[in-house]
Design a protein around this ligand. Structure first.
Ligand code: SF4
Length: 71
């Protein structure tokens, strides 16, 4: 499965990093990113993972709904 973040929508609130620090951190532009992710052709950040881990909590808590889990 993939974790996808529409990076431009992120407001840098830090909630994802608070509930899921194994995968999320605030980057130098003040927005969060998935640790180890790549930028895809649409300009979104994505990371392939085997298990969802705490990413569902991160997606659920995001106030601008910019985190998606694609199976
Ligand atoms: S919870 Fe959403 S808006 Fe807040 S830092 Fe994470 S991705 Fe950005």
């Amino acid at each position: 499965m993939k974790i996808i973040q529409e990076h431009q929508k992120c407001i840098g609130c830090g909630s994802c990093a608070a509930v899921c620090p194994k995968y999320w951190q605030i980057s130098s532009d003040g927005k969060s990113q998935v640790i180890g992710s790549k930028v895809n052709s649409k300009g979104n950040y994505e990371l392939e993972v085997e298990k969802i881990g705490c990413n569902q909590e991160a997606a659920d808590i995001c106030p601008v709904q910019c985190i998606r889990i694609v199976c």
